[in-house]
Write a protein that binds this ligand. Structure first.
Ligand code: KG4
Ligand code: ZN
Length: 359
């Protein structure tokens, strides 16, 4: 059984073919980083336009690399939300057209469920399947959510961010300090060169649901720190480096990152990681989780991976491979297999939903 997945919810146009819910035959991703990088964030109108240019070649590439034709597909799975509505519409309209023209069933997938299935698929493939109930921490540029995942893929929301997502905090701090967009990968690379105990960041105790997150406070704390220390010159040096070279190497970044700033980055990253793992472990304890799943772009963070391993949690912790942590279409195809088994098909009247929730 093969499913073609199509994903276009944010700034990546992606298509993939997955076989039997565990084998990724191909996964093509066209990233728009160079387009949005100079604006310091995703510009929705530009994203839709780029998706329009990329969707046909990306789907073709996924089919070619998997060496399958449209006739070999059991279904086409497509992200219907959450995300930018103009971006979602491109993938959804294309998927509907293919489905209609070739008589292939259409399956609607929630992007967040896709992130969770990236891990479920890889764990199954590795022979160490996820055991339920599982606790899923979905942590990306748009989401920081804790879900209970029960047998049969039933979800219950246990906590979420009340303001910024964790990835958004990385991106805003990166932008503020002159590292461009996205900030997460650069901060991850530079943090090991700093002292993570140098700057103390604290998180407020949450009123109401103790499993909720808030990352706007730490972002403001970094801003105050920057205002209190004269950093104008070094920030300008980093912006100049980015103008001269769109993707600087770690060595180049280090040359324009004084020790004090390396310490700031290390301390910021350490605080965010501690916050994520503390609440994830508390939620896992609450539901007697047998597995912890961490997924989404921030799951690429090497500090987070190391800290999760060092925490010696009483259940296995699964991260996706790097290519399946950030947005991709293999996870969308993977999430569609249980729906295919239940014959849960979408009609051609299905709408994109920018604010779709999972639970
Ligand atoms: O899942 P994703 O590709 O898109 C969304 O659904 O948002 O995640 C992108 C986010 C960005 O905020 C980016 O800064 C963050 O993931 N990210 C990282 C790392 N790689 C990507 N954050 C921290 N460390 C990383 N290595
Ligand atoms: Zn995502």
């Amino acid at each position: 059984m093969r499913i073609l997945g199509i994903e276009s919810s944010c700034d990546e146009t992606a298509a993939a073919v997955v076989e039997d819910a565990e084998t990724v035959l191909s996964s093509a991703v066209a990233s728009q980083l160079t387009t949005h990088g100079k604006y310091g964030g995703v510009v929705p109108e530009l994203a839709s336009r780029e998706h329009l240019c990329a969707i046909v070649p990306v789907v073709r590439e996924a089919l070619d690399r998997a060496a399958v034709s449209l006739d070999d597909l059991a279904a086409i799975a497509v992200t219907v939300g959450p995300g930018l509505v103009g971006s979602l519409l491109v993938g959804l309209t294309y998927a509907k057209s293919l489905s209609f023209a070739r008589g292939i069933p259409l399956i609607a997938v929630n992007h967040i469920e896709g992130h969770i299935h990236a891990v479920i698929m890889e764990a199954r493939r590795a022979g160490t399947p996820v055991e339920y109930p599982a606790l899923a921490l979905v942590v990306s540029g748009g989401h920081t959510h804790l879900f209970e995942v029960r047998e049969g893929f039933l979800y219950r929301l246990l906590g979420k961010t009340r303001d910024d997502a964790a990835g958004e905090a990385f991106d805003k701090v990166g932008k503020l300090l002159g590292y461009g967009y996205p900030g997460g990968p650069v901060i991850d690379r530079l943090a090991p060169y700093g002292n993570s105990a140098a700057v103390r960041f604290t998180f407020a105790k949450m009123k109401g649901n103790a499993l909720d997150f808030s990352f706007s406070g730490i972002k403001t704390a970094v801003l105050r720190w920057v205002e209190a220390h004269d950093m104008t010159e070094e920030i300008e040096a980093r912006r100049a480096l980015l103008r001269a070279c769109p993707q600087p190497a770690t060595e180049q970044w280090l040359e324009v990152t004084p020790q004090r700033t390396r310490d700031l980055l290390a301390s910021f990253q350490h605080a965010v990681i501690t916050e994520l793992l503390t609440r994830a472990a508390a939620s896992a304890g609450e539901i007697d989780a047998r597995t912890l799943i961490v997924s989404g772009g921030v799951a690429c963070n090497s500090g987070l991976r190391t800290a999760a391993a060092a925490a010696l949690l009483p259940y296995p912790v699964h991260f996706p491979s790097f290519g399946l942590s950030t947005d991709n279409a293999a996870m969308i195809a993977a999430a569609a297999f249980p729906k295919l088994a239940r014959r849960e098909f979408a009609g051609l009247d299905i709408q994109a939903n920018a604010n779709l929730t999972l639970a």
